[in-house]
Design a protein around this ligand. Structure first.
Ligand SMILES: *Cc1c(COP(=O)(O)O)cnc(C)c1O
Length: 425
């Protein structure tokens, strides 16, 4: 094994250091396997109950009327996530489009949207109109308010109570930390927040941006009171096979509105051809529990490895996990670039290219990104990125298998060592 890794440029020193870390993670990894086994059974039961068969995989074109494979897939998602209904479509372009559609479908002029967990993910700022943007909710007369988390990451219950007004129609809760330095929320904590909000305004709709969280725990936020959960198929639930798509799962009346907004009033979920992607959506969903487990193991390995070398990591190596993202505060631009070069070198696609920092719309600093993916932009695949500014944190995620994540992480350390930025003790 060590010889093979050496042929990839990983020194004996790095390999042996990594093996020691992994040996210490055995019981942690066993727990993750148990979660994967539970989720695998859940997905399998949902597929069997809905009698998935070969006909489900055949594509539809044009309007996509009577696409029973599409409708069955939506029932599979609904059953696996414990919801009344689901909208699972290639026409939902990405993880921004799914919540954007949900918000636009369920908020009307005069309604207010509240985020009780601080600022939402960057791309949603323009959807909401926090940053002025054409066709934002703000342009349609939907107002927005937010309550920051308290410094320790706790909910500011008093602040939330004050900000739930008679016209607060919908509450958006982001499960993952995204690119913020705050803790990711467990389903249990999300449940606590939702019951608090509903105790103040029982008819308020609670939506959870579930990106990066699917299958990390045994349940989804829909089992903890969320009226709708939304996410991207080129993250966890697509299992690395889905080439495109998003999902919205939740209460039937709310999901139906999302269907009308996605296509057109009167048409709704009845239209929407699935072309030739259904087999990958089914098979990806089937693999998603184990693919996600591999990504979680990779994140824990990265945390433990870099923590042992004195870097600040979020979450810490021993903390429980509620999403697949690992942040490492690398402290210098050189280390950030070296880390990303290592991840790139460990990818199955485009491994020969060297990532370099470049300007990105919406960011105030250059950003460096490493990704060598089968599906463009897919972040359930091995990937890392970070803005070139203090504190030079990298956000690492994915790897379709734990072994690929492990290779990428070992190479990231190798590149940092090769540049003489640290020494292995
Ligand atoms: C990735 C992500 C999004 C946006 O998804 P895109 O596919 O990049 O549009 C939204 N919210 C969260 C929490 C995410 O992690």
């Amino acid at each position: 094994m060590q010889k093979l890794y050496e042929s990839m440029g990983i020194s004996k020193e790095v390999y042996e250091y990594s093996e020691k870390i992994i040996a210490s993670l055995k019981s942690r990894f066993d727990e993750i396997d148990e979660i994967a086994e539970y989720n695998q059974a859940k997905v399998l039961i949902a597929m069997q109950k809905n009698k998935v068969d070969a006909n489900c995989f055949s594509g539809s074109t044009g309007y996509g009327y009577d696409d029973t494979g599409r409708d069955t897939l939506e029932r599979v998602y609904a059953d696996a996530f414990g919801t009344e209904a689901a909208l699972v479509r290639p026409q939902l372009d990405c993880g921004t489009h799914a919540p954007a559609d949900t918000l636009a479908a369920n908020l009307l002029p005069g309604d207010e949207l509240l985020s009780p967990v601080g600022r939402p993910y960057d791309t949603l700022e323009e959807v909401i109109g926090i940053r002025p943007s054409a066709c934002s909710l703000a342009e349609y007369g939907v107002s927005y308010d937010e309550v920051e988390l308290l410094p320790g990451g706790e909910f500011d219950f008093e602040g939330i109570r004050r900000k739930i007004k008679p016209n607060t129609k919908l509450i958006t809760i982001q499960r993952s930390k995204g690119y913020a330095m705050r803790p990711t929320l467990s389903c249990e904590r999300i449940g606590e927040l939702i019951s608090f909000c509903k105790s103040i305004k029982p008819d308020v709709i609670c939506m959870v941006d579930n990106c990066y969280g699917e299958f990390v725990q045994r349940y989804e936020p829909s089992s903890f009171g969320a009226d709708m959960i939304v996410g991207s198929l080129i993250k966890n639930p697509g299992g690395g096979l889905a080439p495109i798509g998003g999902y919205i799962a939740g209460r039937r009346d709310l999901v139906e509105r999302c269907g009308y907004r996605l296509s057109a009033p009167g048409l709704g979920q009845e239209v929407g051809a699935s072309l030739d992607v259904k087999r990958s959506l089914y098979q990806g969903f089937f693999l998603a529990p184990t693919v996600t487990a591999g990504a979680v193991k990779g994140a824990i390995f990265a945390a433990k490895l870099y923590e042992s070398l004195g870097f600040e990591v979020l979450p810490a190596g021993d903390e429980p996990r509620f999403d697949i993202i690992q942040a490492v505060r690398l402290g210098s631009g050189e280390a950030l670039c070296a880390f990303c070069e290592g991840i790139q070198a460990g990818a199955p696609v485009d491994s020969y290219v060297k990532p370099t920092p470049a300007p990105m719309p919406g960011y105030d600093a250059d950003v460096i990104m490493a990704a060598g993916a089968f599906v463009q932009g897919s972040s359930i695949e091995l990937s890392a990125d970070g803005p070139m500014r203090e504190p030079y944190s990298v956000y690492f995620q994915g790897g379709l298998t734990f072994y690929n994540a492990k290779t990428g992480i070992m190479l990231s350390l190798q590149k940092i060592l090769d540049k003489g930025l640290i020494k292995l003790s």
